[in-house]
Design a protein around this ligand. Structure first.
Ligand SMILES: Nc1nc2c(ncn2[C@@H]2O[C@H](COP(=O)(O)OP(=O)(O)OP(=O)(O)O)[C@@H](O)[C@H]2O)c(=O)[nH]1
Ligand SMILES: [Mg+2]
Length: 430
């Protein structure tokens, strides 16, 4: 891979770029050269790989027997055992075959494990909801207390009532457009259902917000396909952390995960990702600091195909939409994925920092002009007063929020659930 060395930048302590500004230099020269060179490389690599692919695939197939579908099979077997467990147990007592005894022992262990896992999962879910409720405390104070005071001070549903509601929703960062949608729907329902009582209106309002935010059921298709997930966004929003968390969760689900360290600007960025992948127990493809990001992606794509990877997660450097060269780099990465792995299922997640409110909305709009964004990861919802932004994002740019971050540990990235979110926001106690 000496070729890629050509594009490495020799750095001193002082010229390590801090962010998008400094990093532009890395891609200024040689975009086309790299592309051409990569094409040349493909041919050579393919020849070399043909021999290794076969070997690796064999290995991978073996390991898939352990890590791939087998968890689901164990679960099914365990569930079957649970229903017929007692009968089988009686049989085992009579049987003299020690193999059967051992088999039952294993199955009993599996059952215990499954029960423990269920309990753990339910506890985790409750834990998550509690975290969400806590994380949304400030937002809730913004929205719910304002709404409560409107509902307690108005006795009839009139124009002034709607105006006050509008003000509270806009103040909580829900945004003008989302607020208008929510209130239009509310007005319509109030009319249709001939509602006169203000108190009956509150649940309608909550439902109307939930409707705005519902995520399509096929939103997580990528988890079960051979997929490439590109993760983009501005500096410090939580891209690397979210990839770390997601890789751990996918691995726990039995998926074969590979992570590409395509943020090559700082050694620290690569180290940070390596640390997460170590914790998650997944593989990483990385090159030295200063390497061409597209080359890392290229390598990762080859590795993903050769290793029969299920999900390839690509971490990228933080970039501002107005940094032309960085946006070009992003387009190039996209092209390489399209060309090298056209059959892969594609996801492009933009990570947005929930604490930045309307700014996050602007970022999503700007990035969607250069990338085909398929989902949003909204981070740092723990401890922000601006959680209403999730609602604004959903309705204003029509890109679903697929994950939310409510803390820094591996379980703190959760699939977005509109009902949970709005319940936590209004703390309806349901
Ligand atoms: N409280 C909280 N902190 C978070 C969350 N997600 C990320 N962080 C923190 O935000 C900081 C930045 O996260 P990174 O993952 O490094 O962000 P990044 O987008 O990769 O940053 P660059 O690579 O510099 O562009 C870290 O300290 C994370 O621990 C979250 O959901 N909640
Ligand atoms: Mg990062």
């Amino acid at each position: 891979m000496a070729l890629f060395g050509l594009f490495k930048k020799n750095k001193t302590e002082n010229d390590v770029p801090e962010g998008p500004g400094g990093s532009e230099n890395l891609v200024e020269s040689g975009t086309e050269d790299i592309k051409e060179a990569i094409l040349d490389e493909i041919e050579q690599e393919e020849e070399a790989e043909e021999t290794t692919v076969a070997e690796e695939e064999e290995d991978e197939n073996d390991s898939m027997n352990v890590t791939g579908n087998v968890q689901g099979e164990i679960r099914e077997a365990v569930l079957e055992e649970i229903s017929s467990g007692e009968e089988d147990e009686a049989d085992t007592e009579d049987a003299e075959d020690t193999d059967d005894d051992m088999h039952m022992e294993t199955m009993r262990d599996d059952i215990q494990e499954a029960v423990a896992t269920e309990a753990e999962e339910s506890e985790k879910k409750q834990g998550f909801f509690r975290r969400l409720v806590t994380g949304l405390t400030k937002t809730r104070n913004n929205i719910a207390s304002g709404i409560d005071s409107i509902f307690s001070s108005f006795s009839s549903i009139d124009e002034e009532f709607y105006e006050e509601l509008e003000e509270v929703l806009v103040m909580a960062d829900i945004g003008i457009q989302a607020t208008t949608n929510i209130l239009d729907q509310l007005r319509q329902k109030v009319k249709e259902e001939k509602i006169k009582d203000v108190s009956e209106c509150k649940q309608l309002l909550i439902n109307s917000i939930k409707e705005q935010m519902r995520v399509e059921s096929n939103a997580y298709e990528f988890e079960d396909k051979k997929s490439v997930v590109l993760v983009i966004g501005v500096n410090g929003v939580g891209k690397t952390t979210s990839i770390g968390k997601l890789s751990g969760q996918l691995k726990q689900k039995g998926r074969k995960v590979l992570v590409a360290a395509a943020d090559t600007f700082r050694a620290a960025a690569i180290d940070q990702l390596a640390e997460w992948t170590k914790r998650a127990g997944v593989d990483i493809i990385a090159q030295d600091e200063g390497s061409d990001a597209a080359a890392v992606v290229f390598d990762a794509l080859q590795a993903a195909k050769a290793r029969n990877t299920d999900v390839l997660l690509v971490d990228t450097a933080g970039r501002l939409h107005n940094k032309k060269n960085l946006m070009e780099e992003l387009k190039k990465i996209n092209r390489i994925i399209d060309r090298e792995y056209p059959e892969a299922f594609r996801e492009t997640f933009i990570v947005l920092d929930g604490t930045t409110g309307q700014n996050a909305l602007a970022q999503a709009k700007q990035f969607s002009e250069v990338a085909d964004i398929t989902g949003i990861i909204l981070t740092k919802l723990d401890g922000t007063a601006k959680g209403g932004i999730a609602i604004a994002i959903q309705s204003e740019i029509n890109i679903p929020v697929k994950y939310i971050g409510v803390g820094e540990s591996i379980d703190d990235l959760q699939k977005f659930n509109a009902d949970d979110f709005v319940d936590a926001l209004f703390d309806t106690g349901e």
